[in-house]
Design a protein around this ligand. Structure first.
Ligand SMILES: *Cc1c(COP(=O)(O)O)cnc(C)c1O
Length: 382
């Protein structure tokens, strides 16, 4: 026991603080939906899609029921299926590879870069050969903008172009970030994002969206999210899903999008404070020149097998941490039979043993953050 244990516990993400800031605006928006009762594809859905597309500069934003569905709808729209290889980073949330398997394709795992935690373009090039040798047709790559930081989209695009791959950016954690001055949502052939409550732009339930500049793809997505509809829901021209964003969630998101730029700036301030407070004692995240992050996570690397002990001592002081991700996908029971690219997975394996994410959100005040920084410094010295 020490003097720090008497302080109140700190939340990992403070959804309540944002709720208080939004106040009546969200209540009123939800009340309007409750009054007009168009719960499925009501007017707020189209209005939100228009704002969303404008926010990132994409030609189309097609909303849907979740980030996972957003990824899956894009693969379905491209007809990706059995015999096709879909390249994914091995260090990501399961949904990235899950959608490839769900459409009947084969996820092929590619290692990530040790500094950015994002897909390694050289590993992608090596994995193309692995897939071909396994008799698969290389069809798509899903770079992930992990923890809010854009992937190396130029390098991924170069490999994808030479191999004719469909590029589906998984920006579930990174909507609002930018790569060389261009917002995410405009990279690759399509981008998927998620509005799960813990994501930087979250709603009060599940939700997602696909962005694209391709008119034909957008039209196919609109059909797929309503059972593959043609002229109407009872004219079925393809196999689809029931995957709409609820009108109530769209109404909530319209209000949240208004304060999102402000929140992105607050997240970035918090990340800078961590870097200043911890940069001399820990391996803190680096943002490559020309990129911005929305800091879905603030993730340290703690080498030497000390990570779990440090997490435990922070927990004892009321400071929550999280491990994203403890098991890389190529070692998960559900995914370990899928191929790994020739480049191997050494970095993913190492990261899984070393990463530790600290609380970060737009409402983390300086005093709370300094308490976290002090505790991390003490734990690292112990
Ligand atoms: C959250 C997440 C998803 C899935 O989003 P849901 O809305 O939860 O379905 C996909 N990919 C990544 C990288 C994620 O973090």
């Amino acid at each position: 026991m020490n003097q720090h244990t008497s302080l109140p516990p700190i939340p990992f993400i403070d959804v309540g603080a944002q709720r208080r800031r939004l106040g009546r605006a969200v209540d009123d928006a939800v009340a309007r939906v409750m009054a007009h009762c168009q719960f499925i594809l009501g007017p707020e859905v189209k209005a939100f899609e228009t704002e969303l597309a404008k926010f990132c500069g994409a030609r189309h934003a097609v909303s849907c029921a979740s980030g996972t569905d957003a990824l899956m709808l894009a693969l379905m729209a491209k007809g990706i299926g059995p015999g096709d290889a879909v390249f994914c980073p091995s260090f990501t949330f399961s949904a990235t590879a899950e959608v490839a398997a769900l459409v009947g394709a084969t996820p092929v795992f590619v290692d990530v870069d040790a500094d950015t935690f994002n897909i390694d373009a050289k590993g992608l090039a090596a994995a193309l050969d692995t897939a071909k040798r396994a008799g698969l047709a290389p069809k798509a790559v899903i770079p992930v903008d992990l923890f809010g930081l854009p992937a190396d989209h130029d390098a991924v695009a170069a490999v994808a172009r030479s191999a004719g791959l469909f590029v589906l950016d998984d920006a579930a954690q990174a909507f609002g970030a930018s790569h060389k001055g261009r917002p995410l949502g405009t990279f690759g052939h399509a981008t998927a994002t998620s509005f799960f409550p813990a994501k930087p732009l979250g709603c009060y339930g599940d939700g997602g969206a696909v962005f694209t500049d391709d008119d034909t793809l957008a039209e196919t997505l609109l059909s797929l999210r309503v059972h593959g509809q043609g002229s109407d829901k009872y004219d079925n021209v393809r196999i689809g899903l029931a995957s709409r964003l609820d009108t109530i969630q769209a109404a909530v998101l319209i209000e949240k999008l208004k304060i999102f730029p402000d929140e992105i700036a607050a997240r970035d301030r918090a990340a800078r404070r961590y870097a200043e407070g911890l940069g001399d004692v820990a391996i803190v995240p680096k943002v490559p020149a020309g990129l911005t992050s929305v800091w879905a996570q603030y993730t340290l690397r703690i080498a030497g097998g000390r990570r779990d002990k440090i997490a435990a001592s922070l927990k004892a002081e009321g400071i929550p941490t999280a491990i994203y991700y403890p098991i890389p996908l190529h070692r998960q029971q559900a995914y370990k039979h899928y191929p790994v690219g020739a480049g191997g997975t050494a970095v993913s394996d190492q990261l899984a043993a070393e990463v530790l994410s600290l609380p970060i959100h737009a409402y983390l005040d300086a005093a709370t953050q300094d308490r976290i920084i002090d505790a991390v410094r003490r734990a690292l010295k112990r």
